[in-house]
Design a protein around this ligand. Structure first.
Ligand code: FEO
Length: 400
């Protein structure tokens, strides 16, 4: 059965959610599921804005058929060619032989890479930034948004209703449960963490490109934002825009300490646990601790984009960094985190090298000075090292 919602009198949300997928992009746990948003504009011409992932295709096609209500589909705008949104374009082209594909040249090339269906050039309306597509009452224009999150990405702006179709930007992990508008839920309490985890892990590497798009968007009057995942924004999105500004400029949202640790037998955990207590005794209220062996790196990366000060603690393992910590560090470098203060603690029973190697990896991050002293534990924390931890706790407090 169709399952759609009206966004306004001309625009329908015709997407669907997947509550069963374990790993988004086969990488990121999504315990609350994921939504794939698709929109249908009903004007003199009918316009589909992006399709969906193949996992929800049946619901999508029922929704589209209901929305069209016997009309044909005139245009399909492709804002993003990643398969979680473009999976159904071949089916659309075959089902609606008159439909014109509205996309840029890079997208057209990717269609040829992903699909084998034959389509003649006259089925395409190739657009570039600021081109206008008139559909009757509505005039749609296009904003190129390269690397947010792929190079071909563009956004569509409905100049009539002032709606920005923002592709992956402003999305979130989490299925939609009936409510499709951010103002229908307690977004800050229930979804902001997942929105941050989505942004930082999916787009976090491309801060400068996101900044460039935010600058373009700031020149537009925007009444509504319609992303490809998560909620439609129609009120009070200034706060969310500000979060995007902070995340994409690698600016901490707040002062606080994230402690990521790997611990084989509990001794490194004991060390950071004692440090956390010393930080609390110095009045630091925001302290988060994550065991890298049981916490997916995407959660830790999200929190490291949120807070100002980071502590990494790990034992030496196979003459290198404890493997789960090594994986986290690699991921952080790949996501281009910047502008944090960082403390390093290592542990080793013999030939401890993890601290030196962790620092070498962290040196790849821009503007992330190391807070001294770095501490090296020999097997287990002893009373004579507590003074060193006090000194480090003082230094972390000063660096906040
Ligand atoms: Fe939701 Fe970059 O795809």
């Amino acid at each position: 059965m169709y399952n759609v919602r009206h966004i306004n009198s001309d625009l329908l949300w015709i997407g669907a959610s997947d509550h069963r997928l374990a790993l988004f992009e086969n990488v990121y746990p999504i315990p609350k599921g994921i939504s794939y948003n698709s929109y249908l504009l009903l004007d003199d011409k009918t316009v589909l804005l992006d399709t969906v992932d193949s996992s929800v295709r049946q619901q999508f096609f029922e929704n589209l058929q209901y929305g069209l209500n016997g009309r044909t589909l005139d245009y399909m705008i492709i804002n993003h060619m990643e398969p979680d949104h473009c999976a159904e374009i071949e089916s659309i082209v075959k089902k609606y032989p008159e439909v014109k594909i509205v996309c840029n040249m890079q997208t057209k090339k990717m269609i040829g890479q992903f699909f084998d269906f034959n389509i003649t050039d006259d089925r395409f309306a190739i657009v570039k930034e600021n081109d206008v597509l008139e559909t009757g009452k509505h005039k749609l224009t296009f904003i190129s948004a390269p690397m947010v999150h792929w190079p071909e990405v563009m956004m569509t702006y409905d100049t009539t209703d002032k709606i920005l179709f923002s592709a992956d930007a402003f999305g979130t992990f989490g299925a939609l449960n009936g409510n499709i508008f951010a103002d229908e839920v307690d977004f800050a309490t229930e979804y902001l963490d997942e929105a941050r985890r989505y942004y930082t892990n999916i787009v976090g590497k491309y801060g400068p490109q996101v900044q460039a798009v935010l600058k373009k968007a700031s020149a537009l009057e925007i009444n509504m934002i319609c992303p490809l995942h998560g909620f439609v924004w129609r009120h009070n999105f200034g706060t969310y825009l500000e979060k995007y500004n902070l995340w994409s400029s690698y600016t901490p949202e707040e002062k606080g300490v994230v402690i990521a640790y790997g611990s084989i037998y509990g001794n490194t955990y004991n060390t950071v646990s004692v440090l956390a207590t010393k930080l609390a005794e110095r009045g630091i209220k925001k302290i988060q601790m994550f065991d890298v062996s049981v916490t997916h790196p995407s959660y830790i990366i999200g929190k490291m984009f949120q807070y100002s000060t980071l502590v990494f603690a790990a034992p030496t393992y196979n003459a290198g960094i404890f493997v789960n910590m090594e994986n986290l560090l690699h991921d952080i470098v790949a996501h281009n985190l910047q502008n944090r203060n960082i403390a390093v603690i290592d542990n080793g029973t013999w030939a401890a090298t993890a601290g030196k190697q962790m620092k070498e990896e962290l040196a790849k991050l821009k503007n992330c000075p190391i807070i001294e002293p770095s501490i090296s534990v020999k097997s287990a924390l002893k009373a004579e090292q507590l003074a060193e931890l006090d000194t480090l706790a003082d230094a972390v407090k000063s660096a906040l």
